[in-house]
Write a protein that binds this ligand. Structure first.
Ligand SMILES: C=C(O[C@@H]1C=C(C(=O)O)C=C[C@H]1O)C(=O)O
Length: 372
């Protein structure tokens, strides 16, 4: 990706310190940054995904909606593509008030503390799995790290674009959500007119140098099949002419996942919010049975997922929609970043392997931070 002018880096940095609402994103296999910005006021907040029916804009939805973490919708007063047009669009902006500086620095935890905490949560999760109360539960964690003095969000966004051509890269900021940067491999809903697409993505292995490993363990195949079954069942309620490709091995940075593509037709696009409400959270980030797993996770995970494992992207019922699960992401708070990652746990899982998997997933963001 071409590097924008230095003034743009500084301008975007300033905007992340204000009450402006905007997103810059880049779709997989494209080289085109897209800016969506609200020129006045703050992003709309919603309490339910169904409220997105008929709406257009850039969406950031949390894993769990709470008064602190509403769904936000950035009104696309400005949409600009490519750095020169983005630079021009940002020239005559009104002055936005400064953001509240309500993020006290978090103490940076040692790896030992983080691992002990993860192991305790793993124990809470594995017990009901072994008792067959759940088939699958996704356990996630987060950790906070200090950023370099000269950290610039746009630099990190560009590093992610250059490092991860297959992923959807985003930098999103609203007063309600703060600043999020991510690099996600997982579509939740994309398409236009009658043609729509979603995926079942689960199961994880590291790349072997430049070689994609393709021998999947039974555990990985099983956890992906749960996601596939759930997506198939959900999509059948809304769409017709469902076709499926996979599971096949798909690369995501230095990892590979098992992926099934689902293509289907929608007669009308006025109810995309209903589909999202039914799909989210899929067993790729939550568990089965869904409602009980959701309750269990929010009560027992021991952290707040905020916008990690929620939904991020562009929604347009009359044009093209590209919505993703917000994974491999981080929340920027002042001079710190909080990175998030999780993984599917089955009764056969072991804590060490699952911990290692979250480390590898967090490396997606960690690697580009150290390139800064
Ligand atoms: C939960 C995450 O990723 C999801 C979980 C996966 C797994 O359990 O193997 C794989 C891909 C994603 O669907 C994450 O990146 O944090």
């Amino acid at each position: 990706m071409t590097i924008p002018e230095k003034t743009l880096q500084a301008q975007i940095h300033e905007l992340t310190l204000s009450r402006c609402s905007f997103a810059i994103y880049r779709l997989p296999w494209t080289d085109e940054p897209i800016l969506v910005m609200q020129q006045e006021g703050e992003a709309q907040t919603l309490q339910q995904l169904t409220e997105l029916n008929g709406k257009k804009g850039f969406v950031l939805a949390p894993f769990q909606v709470t008064p602190q973490h509403p769904i936000v919708l950035i009104r696309p007063d400005i949409v600009a593509k490519e750095w020169p047009a983005i630079g021009t669009a940002l020239k005559d902006l009104p002055q936005f008030p400064a953001a509240d500086n309500t993020c006290p620095s978090e103490p940076v935890q040692t790896e030992t503390t983080l691992k002990e905490r993860y192991e305790a949560a793993f124990d809470r999760f594995i017990t009901p799995l072994k008792e067959k109360k759940f088939q699958k539960l996704v356990l996630s964690r987060h950790y906070t790290t200090d950023l370099k003095e000269d950290f610039r969000p746009l630099d990190t966004f560009i590093q992610a674009c250059n490092s991860y051509p297959r992923m959807m890269i985003s930098l999103c900021h609203t007063p309600q959500t703060g600043t999020w940067i991510g690099s996600t491999p997982e579509i939740i809903l994309s398409g236009q007119e009658e043609q729509w697409h979603t995926v079942a993505l689960a199961g994880t292995m590291p790349m072997q140098g430049d070689v994609m490993p393709t021998e999947w363990s039974q555990k990985n195949q099983e956890e992906q099949a749960y996601v596939g079954d759930y997506i198939r069942k959900t999509i059948k309620k809304f769409g017709s002419k469902l076709t499926e490709k996979g599971p096949y091995t798909a690369r995501a940075g230095q990892l590979v996942h098992l992926k099934t593509d689902f293509h289907f037709m929608l007669k009308e696009t006025g109810h995309l919010g209903d589909i999202l409400h039914e799909l989210h959270p899929t067993p790729a980030v939550c568990g089965l049975p869904k409602e009980q797993a959701y309750e269990f996770i929010t009560a027992n995970e021991g952290g707040d997922r905020c916008y990690y494992s929620g939904i991020i992207g562009w929604l347009d019922p009359t044009g093209h929609t590209s919505l993703y699960v917000n994974l491999r992401c981080m929340h920027i708070t002042g001079h710190q970043a909080t990175l998030y990652a999780g993984g599917g746990i089955l009764a056969s899982s072991t804590a060490d392997t699952e911990w290692e998997e979250t480390q590898q997933k967090m490396n997606t963001m960690r690697n580009i931070l150290s390139l800064n």
